[in-house]
Unconditional design. Structure first.
Lengths: 185, 165
């Protein structure tokens, strides 16, 4: 039996008003007024099934001819019981760049070559750049910062070619002088 | 390239960040602009994230894409600044010869006219009682009571003076 003090609900403007905001796209046209009305009704139906009541569609925008984007504000009826919350512990210790560098130096004795590639039809160049290069994401610097040498980035790689390309790339980098660019081959 | 280093899970702040990035790209005439998405680093952008990102670029381009032109010599901003400052100097000269109270009465500031005889004077203003105490001004420390010599113990005659320390 949980304590009443453990039960919370979202805070919008006043205590316990349960107000939340969600946004989503539905695969329905939203160009004509009739389409728009149907789409907003569909958005409200989804909001209702998500436990939002009352809900209000505050923004409707067609995305191309076949999709519509909605922003919905509403009140959720669900309660959160803090006594039932489970906190997932990190399975591995989070190392600082200095600790990573130390481990690489101790176990490898040279820079670690990391080769990155993306597969499929989305280039993900921004993401792969953020992961591999010093630029990083969300204040965390990329792998380059951590005593590693980022390999050249390959995008749109065919799945079957990925392992061979990675091995060739890594070989080309490990032939290079420590910390330097790969030797031209 | 969008500012991934500064992108967090706060997609709302990320959208603002991308707008500034778009402004820099457009003002410096980049021929290719890699458009930032608000869900950078979270997941592959949703259809709506991509649409919002394009809306961001279009808005910045139409609102401020040619902002750089405004700061060249003889541009609109320069001409406008000269005109506004010139009019301000003319106005100050007119007020100097006419008097500030007349200018206020004429509605020079904020249109509303406040004639010298139109106020309520001292109605509603109460003299401070002997032993008047206001803890708020003490806490704020912005003002202290300055009592002229020889009139100690009569706070009513005190004047307020800005504390410059």
């Amino acid at each position: 039996m949980s304590d009443l003090a453990d039960v919370v609900r979202p805070y919008g403007d006043t205590t316990g008003d349960g107000r939340v905001q969600v946004s989503f796209t539905l695969p329905v046209p939203g160009v004509t007024p009739a389409d728009r009305a149907l789409g907003e009704g569909a958005a409200l139906q989804l909001a209702g099934k998500m436990g939002m009541s009352p809900a209000m569609v505050v923004h409707t925008k067609p995305v191309g001819p076949d999709f519509t984007f909605f922003i919905v504000y509403g009140r959720v009826s669900h309660l959160v019981d803090l006594s039932l919350v489970t906190v997932a512990e990190r399975e591995f210790e989070l190392l600082s760049p200095a600790q990573v560098n130390l481990r690489i130096a101790a176990s490898l004795g040279r820079k670690l070559v990391v080769v990155g590639a993306t597969v499929g039809t989305d280039a993900h160049t921004v993401g792969i750049d953020a992961i591999l290069n010093v630029k990083g994401h969300s204040g965390e610097k990329g792998l380059e910062y951590k005593g590693t040498t980022p390999g050249e980035v390959a995008s749109y790689l065919a799945h079957a070619l990925a392992p061979a390309t990675a091995v060739a790339e890594a070989r080309s980098w490990s032939r290079a002088r420590p910390g330097g660019r790969p030797s031209p081959s | 390239m969008p500012p991934t280093k500064h992108m967090t899970g706060n997609v709302f702040a990320g959208y603002l960040l991308d707008a500034f990035f778009n402004l820099c790209g457009l003002m410096t005439g980049q021929s290719i602009l890699l458009v930032g998405m608000m869900t950078e680093g979270i997941h592959t952008p949703f259809l709506s994230d991509r649409d919002l990102a394009l809306e961001n670029v279009r808005y910045v381009r139409s609102a401020a894409g040619r902002l750089g032109l405004s700061f060249q010599p003889d541009a609109f901003v320069v001409e406008r600044a000269h005109r506004v400052l010139g009019e301000a100097v003319d106005l100050l000269r007119r007020i100097e010869s006419d008097g500030l109270l007349n200018a206020i009465a004429d509605g020079t500031f904020g249109v509303t006219k406040r004639p010298p005889g139109g106020g309520r004077g001292l109605d509603g203003v109460i003299e401070r009682a002997l032993g008047y105490f206001n803890p708020v001004t003490d806490v704020l420390g912005g003002f202290r009571e300055v009592v002229p010599p020889g009139e100690q113990g009569n706070p009513v005659s005190g004047v307020l003076e800005g504390d410059m320390e």
